[in-house]
Write a new protein. Structure first.
Length: 549
């Protein structure tokens, strides 16, 4: 039987023994002892009931009195044990710990004395060994719970406290939970890290399981030992004036920032200096972290530009830009790419990304500038000319746009050529050059007969000219190359309806809806097939495992 279950079992036995020893007595000169709470000298129980009714009633008052006494004693001892445990907390190997001493034992002791004085005159009441036995049993029951009375709290200063909650060490700032400590690095061989200047370099180089890497086996820490380690680390961090090199950047800077916000003057005085110092260290992962997490907002524009000079890696700026991209912060991404371009002015990747991001945010003059640099150093591809044509349209420079689209037609990429012809057709329509627009769309169809947009645009041009039959035939011809295409069918329905050709409209609508139903059935069957295939593979796998076992 486990030790933790032995103590409650012994405690219960002792309590039952105290309650039942003896329930009553009929012998002379022996105390009647009921339920371990009171005793009255008597010779006969019946005589006792007849003659000492008043005393019998008062005895029940003594039950309450003795129970209250027992409760006070128990609370007094528990509070003493808690205080001793808290005093023992100094075993945590840190300095200047603010151990909060409990004053409740003194309060309970005073109440106990007062209570005893109030009940001392109850007649013929003497507390026998039953109360002692019950108290002893209760103490045995409490033994397994005594370790739980020990609260692992460590207060570093009036702002910063660590608490062990279950198996996790939680950092509290001004009595509010801030963050859970995730891992602890201990006992790293000095020879392995002699050129390391910060914890970040160790974590980035070896990962959080660095000790496993060095020692070749898994290092496990008890939660209490881990708590002590975290307390020691943060105590050293505070004693070293919030030196951020001593903690992981993901903890050091948010913690320092929060301490600054709650009014820690020492933290406020070093906050910006620590950021400057880490930029000057030229360690790019920390620089990236500080920029991406917005720590530069605490600096003026001139101070910010000064700090940027210390970011010397193109890869760092590209990583920062990609981080901003993931957050859909296009302008910040462009700024990061521009910093990278200052370091490497002819970087093709950066120039292309600056072109794309400038278009996304609508900075078309900026996009033109980057495309010109790209053309100067590397030349442009067909899709670049296509993008330039789109940019010129946004800038209302239609002749330049047509020039770019015609340049695309020199290339071999069919998709780019088709799109350029479609765009040229749209430009000619805006200029009322209908015949030239038709020629562009026929050229698209010649390149790619499945290009739906060309068939629909050509049909629209015939409608403008009032040639409804030509428009209908164009759509039907398109359906010959792309049967059951929803766009073509819908356009054909609208034409039939506008010309009151309800019979053909009904047939086309029926075809369209049947096609939709067919697509839904095919999609459902595909899902069923995929499910059955996965189920079959699972059955085969489980059967193979069953045979192996």
């Amino acid at each position: 039987m486990k030790k933790i279950y032995i103590f409650p079992l012994v405690g219960v036995i002792v309590i039952l023994f105290g309650l039942c020893f003896p329930a009553f007595s009929l012998y002379s000169d022996i105390n009647i002892w009921l339920w371990g709470f009171y005793t009255i000298e008597n010779k006969d129980l019946a005589y006792f009931r007849n003659k000492y009714v008043g005393e019998f009633e008062s005895s029940f008052n003594s039950i309450r009195a003795s129970f209250g006494l027992f409760a006070w004693i128990l609370l007094f001892l528990i509070s003493i044990i808690r205080s001793l445990v808290r005093l023992k907390k100094s075993q945590v190997s840190v300095k200047n710990g603010d151990l909060q001493h409990c004053t409740r034992p003194i309060l309970f002791f005073g109440c106990l004395i007062l209570y005893t004085l109030l009940i001392k005159d109850i007649p013929k009441v003497s507390y026998q060994s039953g109360i002692f036995l019950q108290f002893l049993g209760g103490f045995f029951c409490l033994i397994p719970s005594l370790p739980r009375l020990k609260k692992h709290n460590y207060k570093i200063n009036k702002y910063l406290t660590l608490k062990l909650k279950g198996d996790e060490t939680v950092i509290y700032i001004v009595n509010e939970p801030f963050e859970i400590c995730k891992y602890l690095i201990l006992n790293i061989p000095v020879g392995q890290v002699k050129d390391i200047e910060s914890i970040d370099e160790i974590v980035d180089g070896y990962g959080e399981n660095i000790e496993n890497e060095f020692y070749g086996h898994e290092v496990e820490l008890d939660p209490k030992e881990s708590f002590k380690g975290h307390c020691s680390n943060l105590q050293v961090w505070v004693e070293n004036n919030y030196e951020t090199c001593l903690l992981d950047r993901n903890l050091a800077f948010p913690l320092l920032k929060r301490l600054t916000e709650v009014g820690d003057l020492e933290a406020s005085s070093v906050f910006k200096d620590e950021i400057r110092k880490r930029f000057k260290s030229l360690y790019s992962p920390v620089q990236q972290y500080l920029i991406c997490e917005g720590y530069l907002k605490y600096f003026s524009s001139s101070e910010k530009q000064e700090l940027m000079k210390y970011v010397l890696s193109v890869d760092s700026w590209v990583s920062i830009a990609e981080y901003y991209n993931s957050k859909f912060l296009e302008e910040e991404a462009i700024e990061a790419y521009e910093h990278a371009l200052k370091i490497d002015p002819i970087n093709k990747l950066i120039l292309k990304r600056l072109c794309n991001h400038s278009v996304i945010i609508g900075d078309y003059p900026g996009a033109l500038k980057y495309y010109k640099s790209l053309a100067e150093f590397y030349g442009l591809e067909n899709h670049d000319y296509l993008s330039l044509g789109d940019i010129y349209i946004k800038l209302y420079q239609y002749n330049n746009a047509k020039r770019m689209y015609r340049r695309v037609l020199w290339g071999k990429e069919l998709n780019c050529k088709s799109q350029a012809l479609l765009n040229l057709g749209s430009l000619y329509i805006s200029e009322q050059a209908i015949d030239r627009a038709k020629r562009m769309y026929w050229d698209v169809i010649e390149l790619n007969p499945s290009e739906i947009e060309a068939w629909i645009s050509l049909s629209d041009l015939f409608q403008r000219e009032g040639k409804i039959s030509n428009a209908i035939e164009t759509l039907k011809e398109g359906l010959g190359h792309k049967p059951f295409n929803a766009g073509l069918l819908i356009q054909l329905q609208l034409l039939y309806k506008s010309n009151k050709n309800y019979w053909d409209y009904t047939k086309t609508s029926f075809t369209y809806h049947m096609h939709k139903i067919r697509n839904k059935i095919e999609a459902t069957l595909k899902k069923i097939y995929t499910y059955l295939k996965v189920l079959r593979n699972d059955i085969i796998q489980h059967y193979s495992e069953y045979k192996e076992n």
